[in-house]
Design a binder for this molecule. Structure first.
Ligand code: VGL
Ligand code: ZN
Length: 211
């Protein structure tokens, strides 16, 4: 049975940026494969928004900022544990641009996140300090939009955190699994699905919408 998308449902395209595609600075395996699928899904939606990872060159999440540390190691910051990453999605770099293959002219809003040097932000709703809000919930509430479908990169970080925070903020959240790809570092993918399930996030495949 296909799911009927209403004009008030929102497709949230998470971090489909050059640095997260194969060959990018934090390339996600298969990340390029989801672009045509996201374009097809977007045709079903009146409302489409994007998130964009957007870091200063000296961002605290970069391993390069911590002497003796390598990408994918963990450190402890004021707000809690932080995975260290290769430099990625730096301001105005090619890697930070949304993937050129995205063909979604009716996309309406881009939420940039991670621009504060000292605080990472996987989630499109709030920064990793769990306090600073991005304004996305306010935007959705003001426009009376409460059902979100998430696609993009990476399943286990920015998609997962956005899904969980969206559910916590009272939105009805569904992740379209085959329109995401994962980094899967140290068991992060299985953990993310378990956390999403616990938060009440639904999980579907694109054919349930595309037919
Ligand atoms: C992401 C790691 C660091 C993501 C962003 O988009 O999933 N992952 N920054
Ligand atoms: Zn990032």
């Amino acid at each position: 049975m296909t799911i009927e998308i209403s004009p008030r449902d929102v497709l949230v395209v998470v971090d489909v940026q050059n640095d997260f595609l194969p060959g990018g600075r934090l390339g996600v395996a298969g990340g390029d494969e989801i672009v045509p699928l996201i374009n097809a899904l977007a045709k079903k939606f009146t409302q489409v928004i994007f998130t964009q990872d957007w870091h200063p060159a000296d961002h605290i999440s970069f391993a390069s900022q911590h002497a003796g540390k390598a990408p994918f190691e963990m450190i402890e910051l004021d707000y809690g544990p932080q995975v260290l990453w290769p430099d990625h999605c730096t301001w105005h770099s090619h890697g930070a641009e949304l993937a050129a293959g995205l063909d979604i002219p009716h996309g309406q809003l881009i939420i940039r996140k991670g621009y504060n040097r000292a605080i990472d932000s996987y989630s499109g709703f709030q920064e990793a300090d769990r306090e600073t809000l991005t304004g996305l919930a306010g935007y959705l509430n003001e426009r009376d939009l409460d059902r979100l479908y998430l696609v993009g990169l990476a399943t286990d970080f920015c998609v997962g955190w956005t899904a969980i925070d969206g559910a916590a903020a009272g939105f009805d959240v569904t992740v379209i699994e085959d329109a995401t790809r994962a980094i899967d570092s140290n068991g992060s993918l299985a953990r993310a699905w378990a956390d999403m399930e616990e938060a009440g996030v639904q999980r579907i495949m694109s054919r349930q919408i595309l037919g």
